[in-house]
Design a protein around this ligand. Sequence first.
Ligand SMILES: *[C@@H]1O[C@H](CO)[C@@H](O)[C@H](O)[C@H]1NC(C)=O
Ligand SMILES: *[C@@H]1O[C@H](CO)[C@@H](O)[C@H](O)[C@H]1NC(C)=O
Ligand SMILES: *[C@@H]1O[C@H](CO)[C@@H](O)[C@H](O)[C@H]1NC(C)=O
Length: 435
Amino acid sequence: MALVFSLFLLPVAAQYSEDPGSKFPTPTVESNCLQDNLADNQVYYQKVDQMFNGSSNAICPNTLGLYVNQPCTWAAGRATMTVAPVINQCHWAIRNFHWHDSSDEWSYMVQGVMQVYLTSPSGVPWQSAVNTIGAGGVWFFPRGWPHAFVCVSEEGCNYVLTFNGPQSVAVNDHMIAESYAQLPDKIAAYSMGMSMGEWATAKPKMSADTGTFFAKVDSAKFKWLPEENAEPAAVNRSDVEVEDTRPGLGKGIQVWNIRTAQFPFATRMSQQRIVFQPGGFRSLVWITNAAAIMTVISGHVNAATQGGISGGNNTGPSSTSYEATNLGPFDAFYFPIRRGYWIEEATGKEPAEVIVVFEVGNWEALEAKDGFSCANPLGAPWAYEATAGGIECPSTAELVQRDGKRHKSLRRHDNSDTQSLMQQPKQTEIENSEL
Ligand SMILES: *[C@@H]1O[C@H](CO)[C@@H](O)[C@H](O)[C@H]1NC(C)=O
Ligand SMILES: *[C@@H]1O[C@H](CO)[C@@H](O)[C@H](O)[C@H]1NC(C)=O
Ligand SMILES: *[C@@H]1O[C@H](CO)[C@@H](O)[C@H](O)[C@H]1NC(C)=O
């Protein structure tokens, strides 16, 4: 009886987080730098020193490093995501209130403590949210929602912004100073809640501030506001990350996931963090419902996508392996949707850490080891043997019997973290069959 009940309740409980479209509209903006000629010599990575460098010492004495990925120079201009590392946003420096017309925003805090502000257009799930996160924490900002964030730690803040839109965010930003400075005076004064006299004093400052990314908060005015706990827009790692302990993900690695199931506000983006021991590797995997951007957090890695973006007359890229060697901190790699990728620690001597950020809330991963290889315990080795040049699968990878044990093998892949709506009815069927 309990099972029947849970079946009925499932769609209701799951609707909110599993159907992103019901909460935020689907992205529609296209890349503004499509290359018609999909040459074989595509590039899928961008080192931080190849990105747009908007660094400045106007606000932070030791240079606030602002880097924005150049979308036209990788993935034949067809990447659906972009990335922007920010290094050394100093104590009390604030990213000015702004919003993005083309992308949701995901951020991973590498260092420091950030207080984050986000305003909702509809008053749902709140009018404004304030959250504070430390290193390892993440935030999600829906496109169009105005946001700002101030570094509240003396050590300064480093973080990696990842966007699920194809256009470089710098050209799509719009900041409040720009909006107000361009308004007729009576509308500006009214919108700001100022008298005409007050606006006359404010206007020249605002006009001078258009196009400025960062400012300094007056620390004497700063207050610790109560945090939004019911549905936070920014979360600390310890509250959301789930270790992915399924076998077959690679060797010498630890894998940690944050999906919408753990971070309900983030309906359209998600993250896998991978910690490598020296020489460790993330095995070949295909993401079937999303592209992703990997950014190196520490150490050095090699990575490749098995196949690039193809189309038109040139199908060469679909069968080419595009590699990058020795990517270091803040270097990024774009994994196109439905191409396999792998990542390995590059030196054999030091640990490394990367994040892989997906453009959906619940990515679907096909691990090579589970999908089609001798190692798949439910697979058909004769098929892999014949289609891989007549190899022989080792006998240790024998088929498991297709009897009552089958569901146990299936369960090996189950993980509360990875269960999607589609998988849950199957799980229930399996349990029913045991009754
Ligand atoms: C970016 O520009 C800043 C300021 O000009 C400079 O100090 C820094 O070295 C540059 N960064 C890179 C990675 O080239
Ligand atoms: C997250 O961690 C930071 C410090 O690292 C702390 O200031 C903040 O209160 C924490 N937030 C929550 C919601 O626990
Ligand atoms: C693609 O192939 C078609 C048919 O062979 C040909 O007419 C066309 O010119 C080719 N286009 C390019 C860009 O090579």
